[in-house]
Design a protein around this ligand. Structure first.
Ligand SMILES: [Zn+2]
Length: 142
């Protein structure tokens, strides 16, 4: 296992502990958090997470809280409801930069379909863990 795969696995396990179960949208949140930390290179972060505020989509929020330590409780994370779009905007405070990570809607639709067909949530979670970043996200830095 590569170093990055190892890190991802550990982050996913930690998020599962916080969240109570494992699923594909939790892993999407974990991967968003890892991208933000990678681009931020140690910068302090604040996050605004815009997702449909219902499960399984809102599971993304806990993936982000677990990896970035931007939480509702410490006021470094805000949530916004959205009908469909799933975007996390990270303010990299020490770099004066904003990173917007948008989940590709086709991926969301595919996952939603598989969930409605009663696919295993854990299997979908590990599938998302292995997806190439470019298939999962559109990332913009401002
Ligand atoms: Zn969940």
């Amino acid at each position: 296992m590569s170093c990055e795969e190892e890190e991802l696995r550990t982050e996913i396990k930690d998020a599962e502990k916080l969240h109570g179960h494992l699923g594909p949208f939790l892993v999407i949140g974990v991967r968003m958090g890892i991208v933000a930390k990678k681009i931020g290179k140690g910068s302090r972060l604040r996050a605004t997470v815009k997702v449909p505020l219902l499960t399984p989509f809102s599971c993304v929020i806990d993936g982000i809280q677990s990896t970035t330590k931007c939480t509702i409780g410490n006021q470094k994370l805000k949530t916004e409801n959205s009908p469909k779009d799933m975007t996390a905007r990270f303010n990299l405070q020490d770099q004066n930069k904003i990173v917007a990570i948008r989940v590709n809607l086709l991926t969301v639709e595919e996952l939603t379909n598989k969930i409605s067909e009663h696919a295993s949530m854990e299997e979908l979670a590990w599938k998302v863990a292995k997806m190439p970043e470019s298939q999962l996200f559109t990332i913009k830095t401002q």
